[in-house]
Write a protein that binds this ligand. Structure first.
Ligand code: NAP
Length: 475
């Protein structure tokens, strides 16, 4: 497969000639090396995107739509090989990687359908003097920065709406998982994306490369998915040129189980909310709040299911939980669990990092977690479920909101009115009621508080790449 930069429709080496290694998280071995883009390469990509901008913006929406539709079809045809590639560089189990390819391809299909719904607005001014006409125009050149945890879906969730809206893009993928991004570029080129419309610049100096692009006045939009910490830095940099931003940042999702919930359904939902992607998801349930009368039974059932999971290399068909992405991530999970155990928590299952190669951490359930434990404050990003008990609706809401994050929350209850009440009271951009999965290309995905700004997916996702232009008309 291609391992160079993709700029102006061509595969090119980094101008420095440098390359960096991509590792297999199951072994720590090198699986490929990729061109290491620098600032000059990033600016060349901006140049290409700026040059392609007017042509793409004036391409009929139907044509843009059909290119995206073709990309959807190519991804679907090649789902097995793409899933293997994701699993190889990210470590996730093949079953999760296949799920990701389907999810990722759906963004191309959804935005192929949105591309032709170019609505605007017209109204009579309140004074009656003129008409107010609103047209939507593409924002322009977009810098897209993605994380390693969903290397395909986080790219298509941005490229799909950007292309549908008539924008051109430079994708800077996470340096742990550049291969999937390059495979996406090849698919888009094959689908008929003209040169310069999509550029991909992997880099080991992400900070410098992204800053250089944000300093270039031709860049009009930054769409970032990643940690809140990096998001904050990029918001400050984007402020310099008043660049339009969409920020999908970290989460600390509460998973609330009321005593009136159907407990087995809650455990099923917990397994999805916690273990999709081995826990490496911004939507992962991070804090389990279970009402006192059912807490012990919930913990027992969850521990039973967690301990039965097959842990192994992601690329092995039998594996249900792969290794974590890298050494730093597994070390952080280990520290958070040790901190909770030292503070008095008990590991009902798991809780200890295994010896040997690879970045493995066992599925773990913790009970009796102290309220001030860092594991309840930070994103775990691993297969660990800390359980805290509560009594009554007010306490559940208070605990759920006791975080600076606000991406997603899950609520299990047999009383839909309570589910709705609690959903409205929880400070989050998304809530799943009696569901452990909310992600859907047709729905607006995003957070409040320090989980971000803006939405991806749904119709809102398209609007992030469009400017409203108001034209006052007399006629
Ligand atoms: P990260 O460290 O913030 O990195 C995200 C991206 O930013 C990567 O491409 C990274 O490149 C790049 N980057 C790092 N430092 C940068 C800097 N100073 N300037 C510009 N770019 C920089 O996050 P991650 O560890 O890859 O991903 C995990 C995080 O993403 C979690 O917090 C998770 O919650 C969040 N996430 C959020 C959503 C959502 O939709 N809300 C979805 C998925 C993940 P390098 O790889 O080269 O460092």
């Amino acid at each position: 497969m291609e391992t160079d930069l993709f700029i102006a429709g061509k595969w090119v080496p980094a101008s420095s000639g440098n390359r960096f290694d991509v590792l297999d998280p199951a072994t720590g071995d090198t699986v490929a090396s990729v061109a290491d883009g620098g600032e000059a390469d990033a600016i060349a990509a901006v140049e290409a995107a700026a040059a392609a901008g007017p042509g793409w913006a004036s391409t009929p929406p139907r044509v843009r739509s059909e290119v995206l539709r073709k990309a959807f079809e190519l991804m679907t045809e090649r789902s097995s090989e793409l899933a293997k590639l994701i699993s190889l560089e990210n470590g996730k189990a093949l079953v999760d990687a296949k799920g990701e390819v389907t999810y990722a391809a759906e963004f191309f299909r959804w935005f192929a359908e949105e591309a032709v719904r170019g609505e605007g607005a017209i109204a009579t001014a309140p004074s009656g003097a003129n008409r107010i006409l609103v047209v939507r125009q593409p924002v322009g050149v977009c810098v897209l920065v993605t994380p390693w945890n969903f290397p395909a879906a986080m790219a298509t969730r941005k490229i799909g709406p950007a292309l549908a809206a008539g924008c051109t893009v430079i994708l800077k993928p996470a340096s742990d998982t550049p291969l999937t991004a390059l495979a996406m570029a090849a698919i888009l080129a094959e689908a008929g994306v003209p040169e310069g419309v999509v550029n991909v610049v992997p880099s080991r100096s992400s900070g410098k490369v992204v800053s250089a692009m944000l300093r270039d006045a031709r860049v009009r939009k930054l769409s970032f998915t990643g940690s809140t910490e990096v998001g904050r830095i990029l918001l400050a940099q984007a402020a310099e040129n008043v660049v339009n931003t969409s920020m999908e940042l970290g989460g600390n999702a509460p998973f609330v189980v009321f005593a009136d919930a159907e407990l087995d359904a809650a455990v099923d939902g917990a397994m999805i909310a916690k273990m999709r992607n081995g826990g490496e998801a911004c939507t992962a349930a991070n804090r389990f709040f279970v009402e006192e009368p059912v807490a012990a039974e919930f913990a027992r059932k969850l521990a039973q299911r967690m301990s039965a999971l097959v842990v192994g290399p992601g690329t092995d068909e039998k594996t249900q939980v792969g290794p974590l992405v890298n050494e730093d991530t597994v070390a952080k999970v280990d520290d958070l669990v040790k901190g909770a155990l030292d503070g008095g928590a008990e590991a009902v299952t798991g809780g200890r990092r295994p010896e040997g190669p690879g970045f493995y951490y066992p599925p773990t359930v913790l009970t009796g977690v102290p309220a001030d434990a860092p594991i309840l404050r930070q994103e775990i990003f691993g297969p660990v479920a800390p359980i805290v008990t509560f009594t009554g609706e007010a306490e559940a809401v208070r605990l759920a909101n006791d975080t600076e994050y606000g991406l997603v929350a899950y609520v299990y209850t047999g009383d839909l009115a309570r589910g709705m009440r609690v959903s409205e009271a929880i400070e989050a951009g998304m809530v799943g009621i009696n569901r452990g999965l909310v992600s859907d290309p047709a729905a607006p995905f995003g957070g409040v508080k320090q989980s971000g700004i803006g939405r991806e997916g749904g119709h809102d996702g398209l609007l992030e790449y469009l400017e409203s232009k108001y034209i006052a008309v007399n006629w």
